[in-house]
Design a binder for this molecule. Structure first.
Ligand code: NAI
Ligand code: 13P
Length: 346
């Protein structure tokens, strides 16, 4: 049994805390909002983020970080990407060289273009901690909280820590694989949110399954193209963090990114969409970050650029699709081969 603290009591942090309770760890769930802590303690529910789910009796709720992190073995960091840095700053006094930090967030930071583990490492430069693990894969919180079969990957440059994370979470309904390719796993998890926005936009425009299959497949090609330039293993993208997470996010009504895209495709304004959702839609900031990064690295990402234009330049979604369809003719297999060779020509 381990002492585990989940930082971030949104839908994903809560679902992961439930998995850990099923594995009989001591689990504390920390929220930055004191009223939220009191409400969860009183009702045994997380009404806003995971309605209709009863939380386990053993789950402890915390608002005070010193209480939450006292004698902790593993921290599960599941706040939105924009809150990663401030949360890391707050935990410095409570961690030591044995603390493993597992994160479940999916995003890239605009301007720095950093992945989550890079942001964590940068914020904790002066602090002592053991290692960082990314937990990612096709996993909607709503289904995990119902104990429906789910598979994810624990990735770390420290394979022992990835294996430790596998043991920590693995249950009969939550299967965890390990990987050393943290670059690929984090980029796959973050960049699929851009394509999910696109799938939602396409559905909002009334296009069908052909268009969505095209977005998923060619989206996978451009994710792999950028990620291999950043040092990822291209094979990671035929796995859970690539094709797996693209399928679940582009085709499920649970996806906040798909839902936001769907409203954009129907002509709603971005501000209205985000306000109505009231939950984290990581794809918007990640689109900004990846649009910048692709330009900097000179990587072709036509779908991402089109989605950027819809979100940030108010270009009509229909015009973006027309422009994507009328780009210069090209080959398919040679393009994919070029992606793979790029990796091995380093
Ligand atoms: N919901 C899901 O099914 C999955 C979500 N994720 C990722 O998990 C991360 C968190 O997403 P969700 O839990 O879905 O978001 P959510 O929108 O359900 O909840 C966000 C939580 O973060 C808290 N929060 C906001 N600002 C904060 C701050 N400055 N400091 C501390 N806490 C803060 C909110 O109070 C809320 O409890 C995202 O990066 C998302 O991409 C990954 C896999 C599945
Ligand atoms: O990452 C997810 C599923 O794997 C959740 O996706 P959304 O953030 O779009 O809901």
């Amino acid at each position: 049994m381990a002492n585990v603290t989940v930082l971030g009591a949104g839908s994903w942090g809560t679902a992961l805390a439930m998995v850990l309770c099923d594995n009989h760890h001591r689990v504390r769930l920390w929220t930055h909002n004191e009223r939220h802590k009191i409400e969860m303690e009183r009702t045994k529910q997380n009404k806003k983020y995971l309605p209709d789910v009863t939380l386990p009796d053993e789950l402890e709720f915390e608002h005070d970080l010193s209480e939450a992190l006292h004698s902790v073995d593993v921290i599960i960091l599941v706040v939105p990407t924009k809150a990663i840095r401030e949360t890391c700053k707050k935990i410095i006094p409570f961690i030591n060289s044995n603390t493993i930090i597992v994160h479940g967030s999916k995003g890239i930071e605009p301007q720095t273009h950093m992945r989550i583990s890079e942001m964590i490492a940068q914020e904790l430069t002066e602090a002592k901690y053991h290692s960082i693990v990314a937990l990612s894969g096709p996993s909607h919180a709503e289904e995990v909280s119902l104990r429906h079969p789910t598979t994810v990957t624990a990735a770390s440059s420290n394979l022992n820590s990835a294996r430790y994370t596998q043991d920590l979470f693995m249950t009969d309904y939550f299967r965890v694989y390990t990987s050393k390719d943290i670059v690929g796993v984090e980029l796959g998890g973050a960049l699929k949110n851009i394509i999910a926005l696109g799938a939602g936009i396409s559905d909002g425009l009334g296009y069908g399954d052909n268009a969505k299959a095209a977005l998923i497949t060619r989206g996978l090609a451009e994710i792999t193209r950028l990620a291999t330039v950043k040092g990822a293993n291209p094979l990671t993208f035929i796995g859970l963090s690539g094709v797996g997470d693209l399928i679940v996010t582009c085709t499920s009504v649970h996806s906040r990114n798909w839902r936001a895209g769907n409203m954009l495709g129907k002509g709603h304004r971005l501000e209205t969409v985000l306000e109505e959702m009231g939950m984290t839609v990581e794809g918007v900031r990640t689109t900004e970050a990846v649009h910048q990064l692709a330009q900097k690295l000179n990587v072709k990402m036509p779908i991402t650029n089109g989605i950027y234009d819809v979100i940030f330049n108010k270009k009509s979604a229909k015009k973006v699709v027309d422009d994507l369809m009328s780009r210069d003719r090209t080959t398919e297999i040679e393009d994919i081969a070029a992606i793979l060779t790029n990796r091995y020509s380093d």
